[in-house]
Structures are given as C-alpha cells and as structure tokens.
Write a new protein. Structure first.
Ligand code: PLP
Length: 372
C-alpha cells in the first residue's frame, strides 16, 4: 500500500532549529530580537516600510480592520470564496461582510462586480489574493479613490506574489499575512500586517499590545488586544524566510509537473493564472471538474482516499455560511461561480517534501479513475 500522500507538509531547515535553540538557550521565549528581525526582513521582502507581527493570519486581519477604524455598522466588501477568517474578522468588528463573486476560471474576486455593492456604509475592500495569484488591483484602487474606501489585502496564500511588478501586501493601505504550517513560509502559528504608513504601523503596534500607557503603563490608552507573536515563532519564521527562494523553486516544479501530467484530461480543469499576476507562486494545486469527467468531485475524493491520497475540497463561500446568512441577509444565489467551485473544486497533495514519483502517482490515479 502506498504511504499516505498528504495535501501539505513542511520542511524545517537547520537555521530554524538553530534560531529556536538560541531562544531556548537564552530564555528569550516571549518577546525578543527575533520578533523585530522577522518584522524588518519580511516587510522588506514585501517592499513595505513596516511590519507588525501577530499570533495568526486571522488576528492580522482583525488587527488590520481595527487599525483602519472599521466598526459598528460598516460594510466591508470581500471575495466570497475564501477562508472564513476573512468574514469572521469583519464580523468581530461589528461590521458586515459583503461577498463579491469570483471569476470561475481564476477563482479570484471579479472586480467588475464591486461597484454595484458599494453603499453609503461601505468603508473598505478586503481583497483576498487567493492560491498564489493576484486580484486585479487597478480597478480596486480606482473605486477606493472614487468612494473614499480603505484597501486591505489578505495575502495569507500569496507570499511573494506580484501584481504588475508590485508585491501584494504593499499595494493597499495594509496587507495581512498568515504563517500557519500550510502557508508558503511558516512560524508554526503566526501572522503579520505590512504597511507603508508609519501612523498605521504605530496604531497597529499599540492595539496588538493592549494599548499600554506611555507614562503609566497600566493606564491604557485604548481597548487593545493581546496579539503578540512569540520570539520562538519569529525565530522559526526568520529561518523559513531565509529559504523562501528554494521553497518557491520547489513549488514551481510541483506546479509544472502536475500541469504537464494533467493537461487535456476531459472534464478536469486547472484554474488559469490571471494575466496581471506577473509573479505567480503556487500555494496549493487546485483542480475543478465538470460533467465530462464522469464522476463528481466527492466520488473522486473517496476513491483517492482509498489509495491513501489526501485531497481537500474548495472553500464554502461567505454567502453559503449558515452562521452568516441569517445575520447579514446573504443569499445562496449571490455568488454562483463561488458556489460552482465549492461543489467542484479541490486540491491535491503539493507539500514541500512531495517527490516527483508521488506527483506522477497522484496524476496517474486521477486520470485512471476519470477514464473508468
Ligand atoms: C485567505 C486566508 N486568509 C486568512 C487565513 C487565516 O490564517 P490563520 O490560519 O493563520 O489564522 C487563511 C488561513 O488559512 C487564509 O487562507
């Protein structure tokens, strides 16, 4: 029996171990210099002046929204197809998430649909650069100017990705990153916001650390959070950052091999890369089926599981979440493309330690099952 081929795994390098050991040996396990170094080096990598670490991608989004003053009754537009960290962080600000449908071929937010969803309560657009691609930012920037809206870029799945030569996370007012273990680089758990505004960076730094007072520490200047990343996590992140180009190379090889193996199979579709993503960095390898494949996505997943091949189904969109539908009057029919991808999309094993033989085995089995 084939050993289990998981959807993701990570490779931890010697530098991560060295830096973490350094934290342990020096007892600098809470706050310490790795936090500052990681913020500096990662924000430089994104071409931003400032980086503020957090405990996760979810808390990075929450902190970013609070930093942008999103609050009671505000509306925030976002891609319908995404991780619910996006919608929930908006809900936790007492604001309303307003889902925008995606393009069926690229799975990215369809920016042509944004303007008709703008109301006098709209305060921000949360752009989610999904699966290593970039959303088309020019129309977003234009609308933000026209209606005086803030732009928050969620780059959890798009470390290093470029839109027309600009790194995502440096284009809007604030970027938010996740370093969960399935992300391009990881801290174990962690996140960061990036910005070119000193004012926003200072505000975020304050908010993430309980808004401690400047003169009397315990006379707080605001109602803050405790979203501090530990020195140990930052040490891990810094070590991972040093091997980011090797990780990109590995991902490129996985992407190319799957694309070569799986091209032209009837009913099996590979999402297209949008033309404005001038640096694509595969996050996970996605596929979606249509009727010509012969069996459904769920039937295929069961058959692959029997062969010890793990798959993960696509996101259930914002407009389909029962916990959000009632509260925000969202409808199933709001986002038909996101719904189509929910039913037919999935990703296949593509972790950093997957071998060429495993990629070929997974591809072969998908093709074999489809032919039956
Ligand atoms: C698009 C997107 N945003 C936000 C998050 C949340 O990140 P975290 O799991 O680090 O909280 C994820 C996580 O998977 C994500 O994919």
């Amino acid at each position: 029996m084939q050993n289990k081929i998981p959807v993701f795994d990570i490779k931890i390098g010697d530098l991560e171990k060295k830096y973490i050991k350094d934290c342990l040996d020096s007892s600098s396990i809470g706050q310490g210099s790795y936090v500052e170094d990681f913020e500096k080096q990662f924000s430089q990598f994104v071409n931003c002046k400032f980086g503020v670490t957090t405990t996760s991608g979810t808390t990075a989004l929450h902190l970013a929204l609070k930093t942008l003053d999103i609050g009671d009754g505000d509306e925030v537009l976002l891609s319908s197809s995404t991780n619910m960290a996006c919608a929930f962080s908006i809900a936790h600000c007492n604001a309303k998430p307003v889902p925008i449908d995606i393009h069926k071929n690229t799975w990215q937010m369809n920016t042509d649909l944004i303007e008709k969803k703008i109301t006098n309560k709209t305060k921000a657009i949360m752009v989610v650069h999904l699966f290593g691609q970039a959303v088309d930012m020019d129309p977003v920037i234009e609308l933000a100017k026209k209606y005086n809206l803030k732009i928050l870029e969620d780059c959890a799945e798009s470390h290093g990705v470029e839109y027309k030569g600009k790194k995502v996370g440096s284009i809007g007012d604030v970027g938010a990153f996740s370093f969960y273990p399935n992300k391009t680089i990881t801290c174990g758990e962690g996140g960061m916001i990036t910005t070119n505004s000193e004012k926003l960076a200072e505000k975020a730094r304050d908010l993430k650390n309980l808004c401690y007072g400047k003169n009397n520490k315990f006379m707080h200047t605001g109602i803050g959070f405790q979203f501090r990343m530990s020195n140990v996590s930052a040490a891990m992140g810094l070590g991972q950052l040093s091997q980011i180009n090797e990780i990109f190379e590995k991902k490129k090889k996985i992407d190319e091999r799957y694309k070569k193996n799986l091209a032209g199979i009837k009913g099996l579709n590979i999402p297209e890369i949008s033309k404005h993503t001038n640096k694509y960095i595969m996050w996970v390898f996605n596929l979606y089926l249509d009727d010509k494949f012969g069996i459904t996505r769920d039937e295929l997943a069961i058959k692959l599981k029997e062969l010890n091949i793990e798959t993960r189904e696509a996101f259930v969109p914002v407009n389909m979440q029962k916990v959000l539908q009632k509260k925000y009057d969202l409808k199933e029919k709001d986002c038909p493309n996101a719904n189509y991808i929910m039913d037919n999309g999935f990703y296949i094993p593509c972790g950093n330690t997957i071998t060429e033989d495993e990629i070929d085995y997974v591809s072969e089995k998908i093709i074999e099952i489809g032919k039956k």
